[in-house]
Design a protein around this ligand. Structure first.
Ligand code: SAM
Length: 217
């Protein structure tokens, strides 16, 4: 899509290598070193315009955050928020989630956030859903022993699909909320899509899924 690949966005991203890491493969297994703090690593996949990750990073200085986004023209909005805030515990990657294991060593990540992932409703696009079993296998590899996935969406079909896919893979559902904004959860940080769709009256679904126990060989 031409609109999403504006050259100026790529140029801006390239101008801030301290925020948008240009060579994430070289940091594999060494992210804690790069951040300069030995603290848990949380990764948001499909970070969009970056509201969630920058607010989370402000609230949780004891966590290192990485936001991964496919499209430069979207990621620049997250970059702007990062430049403005000067946060030291957030880095961004302009990358595809399918390459996760090239960026992170086995067990390096404590938590993965999937916020309002594209639902890809057509059956023939199932493999593109970020909760398709091939993606779950990548998460399984990079997540730590007790690592987990936190997922939010307003799309009921995608939520149902994700619950089934996660549990079939072996992830353990630790928490499921069918109406997050009525659930009494007080520390929820809203994403851009969450603000937009909840304002329209859409219900927000949420779950936490813990990584399957490692099989002993
Ligand atoms: C519907 S938007 C949600 C954005 C944000 N999480 C929010 O809740 O406001 C989904 C985002 O995921 C990104 N995305 C989709 N598939 C991806 C992939 N395989 N790797 C990285 N980003 C991806 C899209 O480019 C898009 O910006």
């Amino acid at each position: 899509m031409r609109l999403r690949n504006k050259p100026w966005a790529k140029d801006k991203i390239a101008a801030y290598p301290q925020y948008v890491i240009p060579d994430p493969e070289t940091k594999r297994g060494r992210w804690r070193e790069l951040f300069g703090h030995d603290q848990p690593l949380h990764v948001e996949i499909g970070t969009g315009k970056g509201k969630f990750i920058t607010e989370m990073a402000k609230l949780h200085p004891d966590v290192n955050f990485i936001g991964i986004e496919l499209y430069p023209s979207v990621l620049v909005s997250a970059l702007d928020k990062l430049i403005e805030s000067g946060l030291a515990n957030v880095k961004l990657l302009n990358a595809n989630a399918k390459d996760l294991t090239a960026f992170f060593a086995d067990g390096e990540v404590s938590r993965i956030y999937l916020n309002f992932s594209d639902p890809w409703p057509k059956k023939r696009h199932e493999k593109r859903r970020l909760t398709y079993r091939d993606f779950l296998a990548l998460y399984d590899r990079i997540l730590a022993e007790d690592g987990d996935i936190h997922l939010k969406t307003d799309n009921q079909s995608f939520f149902e699909y994700s619950l089934v896919s996660l549990s079939q893979y072996g992830f353990v559902l630790a928490s499921v909320q069918l109406d997050l904004h009525q659930s009494g959860m007080t520390d929820n940080v809203m994403t851009e899509y969450e603000e937009k769709f909840s304002a329209k009256g859409n219900r927000i679904y949420r779950c936490e899924a813990v990584r399957p126990p490692r099989r002993s060989s």
